[in-house]
Write a protein that binds this ligand. Sequence first.
Ligand SMILES: NC(=O)c1ccc[n+]([C@@H]2O[C@H](COP(=O)([O-])OP(=O)(O)OC[C@H]3O[C@@H](n4cnc5c(N)ncnc54)[C@H](O)[C@@H]3O)[C@@H](O)[C@H]2O)c1
Length: 253
Amino acid sequence: MSKEFDGRTAIVTGAGAGIGRATALQLAELGARVIVADLHAETAHDTVRAITTAGGTAIAVVGDLSDQDVVDHLVSHTVATYGVIDILVNNAGIMDDMSGPHEVSDATWERVIRVNLTAPFLLIRAVVPHMLNRGHGAIVNTTSEAGLRGSAAGTAYTVSKHGLVGLTKSAAVIYRDKGIRVNAVAPGGVATSLEVNMKPDAMGLAVIGGFANNVGRIAQAEQLAAVIIFLASDAASNVNGAIVPVDNGWSAI
Ligand SMILES: NC(=O)c1ccc[n+]([C@@H]2O[C@H](COP(=O)([O-])OP(=O)(O)OC[C@H]3O[C@@H](n4cnc5c(N)ncnc54)[C@H](O)[C@@H]3O)[C@@H](O)[C@H]2O)c1
């Protein structure tokens, strides 16, 4: 029996854990060949094992995706192995320490912006030429509630996720007549291993401390994966430049 993503190749970043892993597993179950890209070798290989044990097709590419050389290797290895790239899920990300603008260290600012915003940009820049060649492609970025409002994280994370919203919309418009769609999900609270190294005295945390009350019901990673997969699928063929909150109504408050 044919499956929805049969013959399609999907790169999923941050696929060793959390939302990325759930997305990789669901895409593989629906027939996609999945490239599991993650910083951590052990978890990346765990995801690949879970996919292949269930009869799916996947390979791991391990490395820091904020490094241009790793991105180049990821894309050339994908094309060498599977010939095409149909889907890019830009999902890998890190939290900040909830600090406000006057408290953010250079190191935190640069790392959070690099991983959450520059890496998705590098990946889009590398993948799009392959999609343009075929006039076909779907990109889904994982932004955040913090990409929609100023009260869901510290400054560096909030800026990085607002930037990712801008990247999503810009790319969506620029490629809209070229067969490439670019959308994003904006998760609220999700039960994953995402680490928040909160400074106990961070002003950002003190100011937005009430945010925990607004998160509401915590989602499971699979609930995010289901929306990412919809956006990557032909069922969403007229959805482009959308930022879809998956937050049990948090952004509607
Ligand atoms: N969990 C939440 O509540 C929540 C809320 C809003 C947005 N998000 C976003 O969802 C995305 C996925 O996060 P998650 O919650 O599944 O967290 P997670 O920590 O469980 O998974 C993130 C994965 O990304 C990988 N990663 C991190 N930096 C990387 C890098 N430089 N190169 C390659 N891989 C890297 C990690 O190794 C990890 O496997 C992130 O972009 C995060 O900002 C999460």
